[in-house]
Design a protein around this ligand. Structure first.
Ligand code: SF4
Ligand code: SF4
Length: 56
């Protein structure tokens, strides 16, 4: 299962640069993860300051 970003996201952008496959991008009101690209490495969840990223 891919990782997902919740409404707790404060759009800091930290996760986007940490994703090894470029699966994270800025959405309308929060950052989003492309489920088809995500390889479930968990790196993004470890760097998010608001704990907004978790496995679905
Ligand atoms: Fe990218 Fe890994 Fe986060 Fe998936 S779990 S979005 S591959 S950093
Ligand atoms: Fe949002 Fe967390 Fe990513 Fe920052 S690191 S953009 S708060 S999901």
């Amino acid at each position: 299962m891919a990782y997902v970003i919740s409404d707790e996201c404060i759009s800091c952008g930290t996760c986007e640069g940490e994703c090894p496959v470029g699966a994270i991008s800025a959405g309308d009101d929060k950052y989003v993860i492309d489920a088809d690209s995500c390889i479930d490495c968990g790196t993004c969840a470890g760097v998010c300051p608001s704990g907004a990223i978790s496995q679905e």
